[in-house]
Design a protein around this ligand. Structure first.
Ligand SMILES: Nc1c(NC[C@H](O)[C@H](O)[C@H](O)CO)[nH]c(=O)[nH]c1=O
Ligand SMILES: CC(=O)[C@@H](O)COP(=O)(O)O
Length: 169
């Protein structure tokens, strides 16, 4: 289903796990800062709305989206008390194939962190053809992917807790 068929900012608080003790990390790309800051703010606000404490949210910045996997890996290693990490970026098609390689690299990198690491890394990266598409998905007519990513972080953080519980028993 295309994003245009689903508002990215819609969630049901009653169907979410208890998030008051959760600790969430953000790694935010500095490329297209108007977009990435909107994504971050959407995610940050959603976490507070569902009960996460401000002091339990940590943020690092990186130069661009291609650096997201490295910083997320370091955050996994440095903050093992985190329940989830949200990787925030915005890649917009330019004149060359650079878009393809940035998107391919960061996507593969983040997937590897999820499969090899212990803390889930949420893919909050807009990979768009135009700036208008990015604006529509970072607080515009299609909602905010940062909100969607924050809710995913809560759900995946709980799944990780459940998995540890079952393994321990
Ligand atoms: N064009 C975009 C980039 N390019 C920069 C790369 O992400 C990277 O920082 C550079 O190649 C140095 O390693 N990054 C974005 O996040 N968004 C873009 O549209
Ligand atoms: C995704 C990019 O790196 C891209 O915006 C760079 O633009 P260009 O392909 O015109 O060099």
């Amino acid at each position: 289903m295309a994003t245009s068929q689903k508002n990215l900012s819609v969630y049901d608080k009653d169907k979410l796990p208890d998030a008051k003790d959760m600790k969430i990390g953000f790694v935010v790309s500095e490329w297209n800062p108007d977009i990435t800051e909107s994504l971050f703010q959407g995610g940050f606000d959603a976490l507070l709305d569902v009960g996460v404490l401000k002091e339990n949210i940590v943020r690092w910045n990186v130069p661009g989206s291609f650096e997201l996997p490295y910083a997320c890996k370091k955050m996994q290693e440095s903050f093992d008390m985190l329940d989830a990490i949200v990787a925030v970026g915005n890649v917009i098609q330019g004149e060359t194939k650079h878009f393809d390689f940035v998107c391919q690299g960061l996507t593969q990198g983040i997937m590897e962190l999820n499969l090899k690491g212990d803390i889930p890394v949420i893919f909050c990266v807009l990979t768009d053809n135009t700036k208008a598409q990015s604006e529509e998905r970072s607080g515009g007519i299609h909602g905010n992917k940062g909100t969607e990513a924050a809710i995913a972080a809560i759900k995946m953080g709980q799944l990780r807790k459940d998995a540890k519980f079952y393994k321990a028993t």
